[in-house]
Design a protein around this ligand. Structure first.
Ligand code: URA
Length: 281
């Protein structure tokens, strides 16, 4: 280290700072120059880790009536990725990193800004075919700065990996609110409106072909409707060029395991729309 020229050391420091800043904005992948060409499909992946299987087994035991197919480990399938667009032509000079920075300095919702540990902008693939949209960070997410890392998050990961045969890192996961509402209360309409520009900027940058809304708050806010989640699920909606599937929130599924069969049906619609193989057929 000590015999490296000062310019190399400066470059290494600058690169480390840039990577840390990207990571804090939820960026988990960096596009290499080769990615400017259409991407090849991802390689087939390994079956689920034994630890995930053990967790699934535990969920199945703890929640009788849970949809068995959603819990079966699956051979992960190659995910055909959306065509890559340079960020500069996709959304001007904006970036996921900038959205993360702007959210972190936002104080529009005074209560949330004074009670949050940190903002939780979102995490995952910067050019995903699929985005999951939840409600707002909970206590674990507020502590870690990453969405869906608590119990509901573990179930979401199982839905993505064991149910759909994808990897969590293939998709982007975000929330309607970037701050935790105290006590995990439901976001107010004003809070959702204050945070909406961040979500719309993320969607403009990500250009997901598909958005899966998790729960009523996500579905009703994204689609600007007050229809019940039970009425919104089971069909394809549209938002700014993305196909939208709505289903129950994983936290609701933990409390009501009988609804897992409905969510599995919704994921099957999503998989069919995405052209992913359906293990139930
Ligand atoms: N519930 C959500 O809606 N979002 C999270 O990030 C975690 C739990």
């Amino acid at each position: 280290m000590t015999d490296q020229p000062a310019s190399t050391m400066r470059m290494r420091t600058a690169m480390r700072q840039k990577l840390e800043s990207l990571a804090s904005a939820g960026v988990t992948h960096i596009q290499s120059p080769r990615a400017a060409q259409p991407r090849e499909p991802a390689q087939p992946r390994e079956p689920a880790e034994p630890s995930v299987l053990a967790e699934l087994q535990a969920t199945q035991n703890a929640a009788p009536g849970v949809c068995a197919q959603m819990l079966q480990p699956r051979q992960a399938m190659p995910l055909p990725l959306a065509e890559v667009q340079p960020a500069s032509t996709a959304a001007g000079a904006d970036s996921l990193e900038q959205v993360g920075r702007d959210a972190a300095s936002c104080r529009l919702c005074q209560e949330l800004a004074t009670t949050r540990t940190q903002t939780v902008p979102g995490v995952g693939h910067p050019q995903p075919r699929l985005m999951f949209l939840g409600e707002a960070p909970g206590a674990d997410e507020d502590r870690q700065g990453v969405p869906f890392v608590g119990r509901a998050g573990q179930l979401l990961t199982q839905m993505i990996e064991n149910g759909m045969g994808l990897k969590r890192g293939d998709v982007f996961i975000g929330n309607v609110l970037k701050c935790r509402p105290p006590g995990n209360r439901t976001p107010s309409p004003q809070e959702a409106a204050n945070c909406r520009p961040f979500l719309d900027r993320q969607i403009a940058l990500l250009k997901p072909e598909f958005i899966c809304c998790l729960g009523a708050v996500a579905a009703q806010n994204l689609l600007a409707t007050d229809r019940a989640i039970g009425k919104l699920r089971g069909q394809v909606h549209h938002y700014r060029g993305s196909k939208v599937i709505c289903t129950y929130h994983p936290a609701y599924l933990l409390r009501n395991p009988a609804a897992k069969k409905d969510t599995w049906a919704d994921l099957q619609i999503l998989m069919q729309e995405m052209g992913l193989p359906n293990p139930g057929k």
